[in-house]
Design a protein around this ligand. Structure first.
Ligand code: DC
Length: 220
């Protein structure tokens, strides 16, 4: 039995992590942290400053000036950069989606986010949430390897590409997965000991119910 729970959910692009994590945050009054949105916010800011992914030194030099903060919006945490939350429309747009895996592969970008992401557990506690559900690519392997529960969501690539198409969003799902899984620092992996869920033939409710049962058992 635990009074505050940390749940890690990793998986490839469009694997259903966000919808699942959001539903769980509502069911259990957990803070929902979408770390992909953090990499996206940083990417949007670096692009706004006209930095390209091949300008590694300039990107590294820009990192200390990003000044991260967190705004809690209902049960969702939003990253602030220099006191401003980068709008959803901007972070989900095609330019950011095409560039984000490249910026996320830069070790200094990942290092800048490490402590900040771990600190989201304190944000959740301070705001009175019963736990934290954090989704990404390296949450169960690097950020919270000792999380109370760690999951890895799978779905076949055609099913995932179809999900994005239905949402009307341009997204090279397979290419992003390839980049995210083959980078040197904190690649997308099924962390040892994580619970692997194949959602290809499950709907959202079925995935949420599976995970919720395990969370409820931990909460007692
Ligand atoms: O979850 P998403 O598709 O919005 O994530 C956008 C990108 O951010 C993804 O292609 C890789 C990167 N990312 C990462 O490297 N590590 C995380 N924990 C979360 C996202």
């Amino acid at each position: 039995m635990s009074s505050f729970l940390i749940v890690a959910i990793d998986g490839g692009a469009a694997s259903g992590k966000s919808s699942t994590s959001r539903a769980l945050s509502e069911r259990f009054n957990f803070l929902h942290v979408d770390t992909g949105s953090y990499y996206r916010a940083i990417t949007a800011e670096l692009l706004r400053r006209s930095l390209r992914v091949d300008q590694i030194d300039a990107v590294k030099a820009a990192i200390p000036s990003l000044h991260f903060g967190t705004q809690v919006d209902g049960r969702a945490a939003r990253m602030e950069i220099g006191g401003r939350v980068v709008p959803e429309a901007e972070i989900r747009g095609p330019e950011v989606t095409a560039a984000v895996s490249h910026f996320a592969a830069i070790p200094e970008v990942r290092a800048a986010l490490l402590a900040y992401q771990r600190g989201q557990a304190d944000v959740a506690r301070t705001h009175g949430f019963r736990g934290l559900v954090m989704e990404g690519r390296d949450i169960g392997s690097i950020i919270f390897p000792n999380a109370d529960l760690r999951f890895y969501l799978h779905a076949d690539v055609e099913a995932r590409a179809r999900r994005r198409e239905l949402e009307g969003r341009a997204d090279a799902v397979a290419e992003r997965d390839r980049m995210d899984a083959t980078r040197k620092t904190a690649p997308l992996v099924l962390a040892s000991g994580a619970i692997d869920i194949d959602s290809t033939y499950l709907n959202l409710e079925q995935v949420v119910d599976k995970i919720a049962g395990l969370i409820a058992a931990k909460l007692g």
